[in-house]
Design a protein around this ligand. Structure first.
Ligand SMILES: [Cu+2]
Length: 267
């Protein structure tokens, strides 16, 4: 019985590794300048975790195979040095593994979070609220008008709480439900939540950043391929969470200019 169990453990371990080794479920296409760093990190993590997983299963199977059916199975023998040595070894082993992954990933992390976008990056604001995303472009003056939470009025389409009567800077702001951006241009996306926690996730961009209530956050990225991609909320934010999405529309610079002009005329 023990030997059969050992064989089943080995078969399940190998079977679960096959789809990953064979790349049966490949990553979505990468359309960002930084995405290859994320993909390398994912591959390293999968390789390291996968290797440790298989090694652990094989060692388990070996012990089951070797010792399960022994006549003197009732006799308990302790690990040399006791549990403390085992725990210390496990902490050092796992700690080294996690630290190594952190060191490997620091370039991708630093490029996103410790390096500001270039000065000529295009600034766009995004607001997440139950259960939609809205985006705001500063318009010809290059400035986003102030927000007044008390003026937020979904019925009047004032999603950001703007006061164009009194704020000159918000008069030319352009608000959209779709995130249109020019290709090969660095985007500085300012993020805030209107209510609870949400997330901005575009798998092709390799960007996933939470909106945290009360915090103004920023991500920056450059898309390298025109097309329409899904933006989905990946933080469970309420009953409508499953349906909370928007589209990222990557266009040539001239198409983007025309698109923004058209949106401006609809304000
Ligand atoms: Cu959400």
């Amino acid at each position: 019985m023990g030997k059969l169990f050992a064989v089943i453990v080995v078969l399940i371990a190998i079977g679960s590794a096959i789809p990953i080794v064979m790349h049966w479920y490949p990553m979505a296409e990468d359309i960002s300048t930084h995405g290859h760093l994320i993909d390398e990190q994912m591959a390293d993590t999968m390789a390291e975790a996968g290797f440790a997983f298989l090694a652990a299963q094989f060692v388990l199977a070996f012990f089951v195979f070797r010792f399960a059916d022994r006549k003197d199975a009732g006799k308990i023998r302790t690990f040399p040095g006791g549990a403390k040595v085992m725990v210390a070894a496990a902490v050092i082993f796992v700690g080294t593994e996690v630290l190594a992954l952190g060191i490997l990933g620091q370039r991708a992390w630093a490029g996103q979070y410790f390096t500001p976008p270039p000065a000529d990056a295009l600034t766009i604001q995004s607001q997440a609220g139950q259960f939609a995303f809205y985006f705001r472009y500063p318009g010809p003056d290059g400035k986003l008008g102030a927000q007044h939470p008390d003026k937020i009025d979904e019925g009047a389409q004032n999603f950001f709480g703007l006061d164009p009567q009194n704020d000159v800077e918000s008069r030319d702001d352009i608000v959209t439900a779709e995130l249109g951006i020019p290709v090969n241009k660095e985007i500085r996306l300012l993020m805030h939540s209107k209510d609870v926690g949400h997330s901005f996730y575009v798998r092709e961009l390799r960007v996933q950043q939470d909106y945290v209530p009360g915090l103004d956050l920023m991500v920056h990225f450059t898309a390298t391929k025109p097309g329409r991609y899904e933006i989905v909320c990946t933080q469970l934010c309420g009953l409508g969470h499953y349906n909370m999405k928007a589209y990222l529309n990557v266009m040539s610079q001239s198409d983007f200019d025309a698109w923004l002009k058209e949106k401006a005329s609809q304000q």
